[in-house]
Design a protein around this ligand. Structure first.
Ligand code: S3P
Length: 426
């Protein structure tokens, strides 16, 4: 799908944000390996989360989808069955990495595979520690790329320093730890999103957390009804659209603000964003609130170190905010961005350069000098949902039309993105 969009004179409205992707994956996955029936309300019906449902169904879990709700009928941690087919995750890194932790050390063989982007993403980071725990796992390219084959083994202990601050890696090991004979201890390099720890603990898992150290021992899980709040990574497109557009006022409802996900708020505040927060509520241990964003005069900032994992998915859209901000924005320590659905450093730098932005590529990030000037052009999402949506927001402030190739990549996390874009603009 190819969209050609141009700038709008105002950006106004009151919107709901689709459900959190990370939480939707976890809610259905953890309830599928727990005992009992659960209702997951406001589930994200995006392609990635539907891949997780499909994989769990192929493993014999009974799952029903009705409107925006998902019902799971879990039969406990050891209840999964040998699948007849390859377990295909599509574009979903969260599915392949977290399911690796679920499938490691099972009595049956299974294979996880995905699309061409998934096949390029690093998997050694999960395969190595799961193998150290006793699982038999093999994969392409020296055990670094999907397809990944799981073939038995017995899960024992692990004492391990995670080499990257990755919630997907951490979660895979925690899930395997639930079935390990002796329990595991892992230490994070920096705090990454903690949805797994929160939700599994609420479902009865034995998890203790001491700063960056997490201990998990063999546990039973009990199903739990969950209501999923809106995804702050999806809301960020509108937060930045509202901040950089000359005539905007957007009210965004029900956005998850777990502090391991919401560093974008502090970054936007220090850049000078005109934001207000309302109606804080708690959804099954995850806080959420409404947000209002209006036209702002942004200033550049530096984003580095421990901040990076707390806003990793927002960096492509932050780069767009930086183009509109006064002065320089420096994003460093973000090499992980090269291993996402695409190499988000080089692709962001490339399209922005061709659109006339002043941007310099670094090995681990980028430096942007704000000029407020963005020309149009034709750019591809390269199949990356967050790049497709960043290009959509760029069209709202660009001097000429922007044509986005492969715009439908947004369906992975935000199927209604283009409708919302159309409704907000005038
Ligand atoms: C996710 C974790 C992040 C993030 C991804 C979703 C998750 O990846 O980029 O979109 O749901 O755990 P890493 O933690 O591996 O960096």
């Amino acid at each position: 799908m190819k969209f050609t969009l141009n700038s709008v004179s105002s950006l106004r409205g009151d919107i709901n944000i689709p459900a959190d992707k990370s939480l939707s994956h976890r809610a259905v996955m953890f309830n599928s390996i727990a005992s009992g029936k659960a209702k997951i309300s406001n589930f994200l019906m995006g392609e990635d989360c539907l891949s997780t449902i499909d994989v769990l169904s192929k493993l014999g879990v009974e799952i029903q989808v009705e409107n925006n709700s998902v019902y799971t009928y879990g039969k406990g941690l050891e209840s999964l069955n040998k699948p007849n087919d390859t377990l295909y995750v599509g574009n979903s890194g969260t599915t392949i990495r977290l399911m690796s932790g679920v499938l490691a050390g099972r009595k049956f063989k299974s294979i996880l595979d995905g699309d061409s982007s998934i096949r390029k993403r690093p998997m050694k980071r999960i395969i190595d520690p799961l193998t150290m725990m006793g699982a038999n796992i093999s994969a392409n390219n020296n055990n670094d790329n999907a397809p990944i084959l799981f073939d038995g083994g017995t899960l024992t202990s692990l004492d391990y320093d995670l080499p990257v601050a990755s919630a997907q890696l951490k979660s895979a090991l925690i899930l395997a730890g639930l079935r390990s004979n002796d329990g595991i201890t892992i230490r994070e390099k920096a705090v990454s999103r903690d949805h797994t720890e929160r939700l599994l603990s609420a479902m009865g898992a034995k998890i203790t957390i001491n700063n960056l150290e997490i201990k998990v021992s063999s546990s039973d899980l009990f199903a739990r009804d969950i209501i999923i709040p809106g995804d702050i990574s999806s809301a960020s497109f509108w937060l930045i659209a509202g901040a950089i557009h000359k005539n905007s006022d957007i009210y965004i409802r029900n956005v998850g603000i777990n502090e391991t996900r919401s560093r974008i708020i502090s970054v936007l505040k220090r850049m000078g964003a005109n934001m207000t927060f309302y109606n804080e509520v708690d959804y099954s241990g995850e806080p959420a609130c409404d947000m209002n964003i209006k036209t702002s005069n942004l200033k550049g900032t530096t984003i580095s170190g421990a901040e990076i994992p707390l806003l990793i998915d927002e960096i492509p859209i932050i780069a767009l905010a930086a183009v509109s901000a006064e002065g320089e924005t420096k994003i460093i320590d973000a090499k992980e961005l090269r291993y996402k659905e695409s190499d988000r450093i080089s692709l962001t730098v490339n399209w922005m350069k061709s659109a006339g932005a002043q941007i310099q590529e670094l090995d681990d990030g980028m430096i942007i000098t704000g000029t407020g000037n963005l020309n149009g052009g034709t750019f591809s999402s390269h199949g990356d949902h967050r790049l497709a949506m960043t290009l959509g927001i760029a069209s709202l402030i660009s001097n000429n039309n922007i044509t986005i190739d492969n715009a439908e990549a947004s369906n992975v996390s935000y199927p209604s993105f283009w409708d919302t874009l159309k409704n907000l603009g005038e």
